[in-house]
Design a binder for this molecule. Structure first.
Ligand SMILES: [Zn+2]
Length: 55
C-alpha cells in the first residue's frame, strides 16, 4: 500500500465498486493504511505530494 498523505483522495472505482471518493484529513503515520470499500482496495486518485515528502 502506498503511503497516505493529508489531502489524498481515494476512490472506489465505479467499474468494480460504488464510485465513492474519500479524502484524507488526518494521518497517524504509525501504522500502514488499508482503505477498503466494496471488498476492494481503494485506489489513490489524487496526491497532495510525491512520496518523498511523506516520510
Ligand atoms: Zn465502494
Amino acid at each position: 500500500m502506498a503511503e497516505v498523505c493529508e489531502g489524498d483522495v481515494f476512490v472506489c472505482e465505479l467499474d468494480e465498486g460504488c464510485g465513492i471518493e474519500v479524502k484524507v484529513t488526518s494521518v497517524c503515520g504509525c501504522v500502514e493504511c488499508d482503505l477498503v470499500c466494496c471488498g476492494k482496495q481503494m485506489k489513490k486518485k489524487d496526491s497532495c505530494c510525491d512520496d518523498s515528502c511523506c516520510s
